[in-house]
Design a protein around this ligand. Structure first.
Ligand code: A2P
Length: 303
């Protein structure tokens, strides 16, 4: 009966059911698909720990995993998927094109390599990881066209970008007519990244917020966040995640600790007031709050 209910609700495409009895809403994308709004990010999860971490997340009810070729741990994600026994349509898997693989044939081969490591026939979402506007003669448009071809070839259901600035988004849409389903950008209270958020929304794409916990940094000990956490009886991390969810962002915090994986998921049994939401939003430091590289200048190409 329970299994029947799970399948029925899953098939409705609106909700996924969690082991803890909670629900994670799905966000509709502009290509008639949907994505679980919450998941697990595996940036900085060592390859030899990835299978354990992803398996623990699946046990807790996570059903969305965000990895990348650059993270070097797709095989660990694949091993966890295989041992989970979960049906393919129960999980949502994203990977991203590495910075050294932007040329057409290399990019195409790289997705096949990723699929091999992940043990999948297709991913749900494939992203250009960084625009690299100062590399490849500034031509991220051809790379975007390649992703569209990969989607047409059936190797990924959806395509999107990551770390794209407003002018990068404008350019790929104007020159190809293909709109990304998502733009995965750095966004947390100290770095609102409003211009990129607005441009993403303008194109009808959804924001995926990377580092919603500010990479475990200052926001977790910010007095404003601490006060909200004290009042609602949750941890600072839970408040930050709920704040991002309430803005409509897709989030996938990383943790290698099972108790934190569980806590990060346990964010749907409390509410933030409008005052809480605006007090946390007021923590924005603009560019000074950015933790990762600036996409306009980031040019790192791995060997
Ligand atoms: P760890 O893996 O040791 O748990 P982000 O997703 O913003 O990049 O943040 C990830 C960072 O936040 C990691 O350093 C992670 O460390 C830490 N982290 C994840 N969940 C929690 C939590 N519930 N409380 C405190 N720190 C956390």
């Amino acid at each position: 009966m329970f299994q029947f209910l799970v399948e029925k609700i899953w098939n409705s495409q609106r909700w996924s059911v969690l082991a803890l009895g909670m629900t994670i809403s799905r966000i509709d994308l502009n290509d008639s698909t949907s994505i679980p709004q919450f998941g697990l990010g595996v940036w900085q999860v060592p390859q030899d720990e990835t299978e354990r971490v992803v398996s623990e997340a699946f046990e807790l009810g996570y059903r969305h995993v965000d990895t990348a070729q650059m993270y070097g741990n797709e095989a660990g994600v694949g091993a966890a998927i295989k041992s989970s026994g979960l049906a393919r349509d129960e999980i949502y898997v994203t990977t991203k094109l590495n910075n050294n693989r932007h040329e057409k044939q290399i990019a195409k081969d790289s997705l096949r390599e990723s699929l091999d490591k992940l043990g999948l026939d297709k991913v749900d979402l494939f992203l250009i990881h960084w625009p690299l506007p100062t590399q490849y003669d500034g031509d991220f448009v051809s790379t975007w066209q390649t992703l569209a071809e990969l989607r047409d070839e059936g190797l990924t259901t959806s395509i999107g970008v990551s770390n794209f600035q407003p002018d990068h988004l404008d350019r790929i849409v104007a020159e190809t007519g293909v709109v990304p389903a998502v733009n995965q950008i750095e966004a947390h209270p100290y770095f609102a990244n409003d211009a990129a958020r607005a441009a993403t929304a303008k194109h009808g794409a959804k924001v995926e917020a990377w580092s919603p916990l500010g990479q475990g940094g200052g926001e977790l000990s910010d007095p404003v966040v601490k006060e909200v956490a004290r009042r609602v009886g949750k941890s600072e991390a839970q408040v930050l995640l709920r704040w991002a969810i309430d803005r409509g962002d897709i989030v996938f915090p990383k943790s290698t600790h099972k108790e934190r994986l569980a806590a990060n998921l346990d964010i749907f049994d409390f509410e933030l007031t409008a005052d809480d939401v605006s007090a946390i939003a007021a923590l924005d430091k603009g560019e000074a709050g950015r933790q990762g590289p600036n996409p306009d200048t980031f040019d790192w190409i791995p060997d």
